[in-house]
Design a protein around this ligand. Sequence first.
Ligand SMILES: Cc1cc2nc3c(=O)[nH]c(=O)nc-3n(C[C@H](O)[C@H](O)[C@H](O)COP(=O)(O)O)c2cc1C
Length: 178
Amino acid sequence: MKTLIVYFSFTGNNEVLAKTIAKDLDGDVLQITEPKKRGMFRIMLDMLFNRFPKIDNQEILWQKYDHVLLMAPIWNYLIAHPMKSFIRKNREQLKDYSFITLCSGRETQKEKITKQLKKLAKYGPKAIIEFEILKLPTYEEQKDSIYKVTQDDLNTFRQEDVYQRLLRSYSAKEEIVQ
Ligand SMILES: Cc1cc2nc3c(=O)[nH]c(=O)nc-3n(C[C@H](O)[C@H](O)[C@H](O)COP(=O)(O)O)c2cc1C
């Protein structure tokens, strides 16, 4: 079982989680990059007009992978736009995939993410997982600034049932052990 972890990250949270998951699963990592520099203003415009920004072309050997984990932040209930572009561009290839986000956490968000994925991709996701900042014990300490996950936070996520299930389902390492 080989897993490809494709991530987009603006402030670094999804990036550190993607790299942690990749290490735990023994998976490969691919970062979605953009030809144009991104700032908060572009995020606002993307949200306002629900745009599909241009992303860099990268060759992917899809046949190498049994499962793809897509990871990106949520912006005002929307999957971060560069990830939307990636999904639309690769919709034929995304047959066995899950969506993971490290986000603040908002009510009814999962249904909204599901709807967006159904519209963008040809097939539905195997799982949607939200790792939520608002539930972290360290949240109060950083509440007044853009929250950056710490090593302690990553360890908290790693102890969650859903994280353990993810490892059991998609780990290349476990396959070797069996
Ligand atoms: C403009 C903006 C809008 C956001 N909207 C949401 C949202 O609707 N739901 C949510 O759970 N988090 C929301 N967040 C929080 C991000 O999802 C969260 O900070 C995430 O960890 C950032 O990921 P990154 O560091 O990988 O870019 C928003 C953040 C920004 C900057």
